[in-house]
Design a protein around this ligand. Structure first.
Ligand SMILES: CC(C)(COP(=O)(O)OP(=O)(O)OC[C@H]1O[C@@H](n2cnc3c(N)ncnc32)[C@H](O)[C@@H]1OP(=O)(O)O)[C@@H](O)C(=O)NCCC(=O)NCCS
Length: 191
């Protein structure tokens, strides 16, 4: 049975593998990634779908401003394991995350994605025409969902990251780990 729960640190490697499978290396070139890199995702809004202990779905949200002074969330990336698609897992992840965002008092969610998929949740591009992303994107693929009435009315300007900065990896720890790996005998490394 598929269950949905909050993402934990132990999920990171499996989640990364799932995103690599769903999007390939191009996932780091996406303009929405410019709003995520180096930042922490929004608390309590990163969800994981698990089937029999295996991570089969992921969604995250990020703090942004949708034009000056208009706090919003950015949804993404959303991905479901190809072998588990069309079973409602993506829908369940998004619906659960939206409900949590509403409960936490967030006012609006924006994303870059297919309107044909996100329309079912109420996302629409009607009020995003005067917003822009920090890079190339397709204007038709920038819808928003208002969690409070008129939360996006008059929205205009750059969508910019506002989330807390992620802690930088300690360079000395990385060098020590790299040196340890380099010192290991080849046979042992191959095992
Ligand atoms: C998009 C994605 C998350 C959907 O996950 P899922 O668990 O299969 O979704 P659900 O089972 O909830 O919904 C399936 C429905 O969405 C439709 N759908 C899937 N991807 C779609 C898309 N890009 N555009 C429009 N509809 C889409 C399916 O045709 C199906 O339609 P139906 O309900 O009429 O049969 C998954 O296909 C995926 O990981 N894709 C690769 C990554 C990606 O493109 N993510 C962002 C989407 S813009």
């Amino acid at each position: 049975m598929v269950t949905i729960r909050e993402e934990a640190r132990r999920d990171i490697a499996a989640r990364d593998a799932l995103l690599d499978m769903a999007y390939g290396a191009s996932r780091f070139a996406k303009t929405s990634e410019r709003l995520r890199e180096g930042r922490m995702p929004a608390d309590g809004l990163s969800l994981i779908a698990v089937d029999d202990g295996k991570i089969v779905g992921t969604v995250r949200h990020w703090h942004v401003t949708a034009g000056p002074g208009r706090a919003a969330l950015l949804l993404g990336p959303l991905a479901v394991d190809p072998a588990h698609r069309n079973r409602g897992i993506g829908t369940a992840l998004v619906r659960r995350a939206i409900a949590r965002a509403r409960l936490a008092g967030h006012r609006a969610i924006v994303l870059v994605g297919d309107a044909a998929y996100y329309g079912r949740f109420g996302f629409a591009a009607a009020r995003t025409g005067e917003l822009w992303m920090p890079g190339r994107y397709d204007r038709d693929r920038l819808p928003a969902l208002e969690l409070c009435p008129d939360a996006m009315a008059g929205a205009r300007g750059l969508i910019a990251a506002t989330g807390a900065f992620a802690p930088k990896p300690d360079l000395n720890v990385l060098i020590a780990a790299n040196n340890r790996h380099a010192r290991q005998p080849r046979v042992q490394r191959a095992a």
